[in-house]
Design a protein around this ligand. Structure first.
Ligand code: APR
Length: 258
């Protein structure tokens, strides 16, 4: 492992624009279960119907009532409980310092837990939104929440009267155009992608990894098990997210003293 970290640190050093993409595996060591894979919450409860956005649009008031009355899928309740308790782990803090030192230029996260921002990372694109935020479906106006669950359906947007929902991108919901544009912009600038803790199964987010590869970027995969991304990765590191970033920070710091 030490050798592999050394090699990765060299690649980061030599890169012009390194980008990190994280998935649910990045927050497992903060107590938030992943969706898929051996420890996945869907593996435990079964894969849900992936039509939550059409459910929402059909009847937003019922959608919110279900969340207030907990008449929702068990996995959503378990995810919500873990989200409210989650704190960044050492790997989130190491990543924030690696970004501050400019080795990594940006982080595209599929996670909605906001832990990268809490840990101090700055250039973070939350491609699936942030669970502690509301967003207007029409004008994209976003409102940060003090706590996780608004008890009643929020009022229509104060700017355009549009429908307001959690910022979290639901299945079947398009990723907001501004977010998709900035994500693609990062990918187009990247010559090195470090994909950590993602099964690389959900598009369009995971598709960005294949686009990066097709545009000549090197792909490094960090995961506890191989995925469909492994086949196109230049490096695969079998590692948990926390120890990977802690070791990478140490290696980059020791190199910079040479
Ligand atoms: N460290 C690194 N990787 C881990 C760890 C860990 N401690 N624990 C689990 N993993 C890996 C699993 O092996 C799996 O490949 O993290 C990956 C998690 O995959 P998913 O649960 O599919 O999460 P993700 O890829 O982020 O899913 C994308 O799908 O459910 C939707 O919107 C949701 O953003 C999510 C999207």
């Amino acid at each position: 492992m030490k050798n592999k970290i050394k090699q990765i640190a060299q690649l980061v050093y030599k890169s012009k624009y390194a980008v990190v993409m994280t998935g649910a595996g990045m927050s497992v060591e903060s107590g938030i279960p992943p969706f898929r894979g051996t420890t996945g919450i869907w593996t435990k409860y079964g894969k849900p119907k992936l039509d939550s956005f059409s459910d929402f649009k059909k009847n937003p008031t019922k959608w919110w009532d279900d969340r207030r009355n907990l008449t929702i899928d068990k996995h959503i309740i378990e995810l919500r409980e873990s989200l409210t308790k989650a704190k960044p782990h050492d790997g989130h803090y190491s990543l924030a310092r690696i970004e501050k030192a400019r080795y990594i230029k940006s982080i595209i996260t599929q996670n909605i837990d906001g832990l990268d921002l809490v840990a101090g990372s700055k250039n973070v694109i939350e491609i699936h939104g942030n669970r502690k935020r509301l967003r207007c479906l029409e004008c994209n106006n976003r409102i940060d929440l003090e706590e996780y669950i608004p008890i009643y359906a929020p009022d229509p947007c104060e700017f355009c009267g549009g429908t307001v929902k959690f910022d979290t991108v639901l299945f079947g919901e398009p990723i907001p155009k501004d977010i998709m544009k900035s994500s693609r912009h990062e990918i187009d600038k990247s010559d090195l992608i470090i994909a950590v803790g993602t099964s690389a199964t959900v598009r369009p987010a995971s598709g960005l990894l294949w686009i990066a590869k097709s545009q000549g970027a090197k792909i490094i995969e960090v995961n506890i098990e191989k995925t469909k991304l492994t086949a196109i990765s230049d490096y695969y590191i079998k590692s948990k997210a926390k120890s990977f970033f802690v070791n990478l920070e140490d290696e980059l710091a020791s190199n910079s003293n040479h």
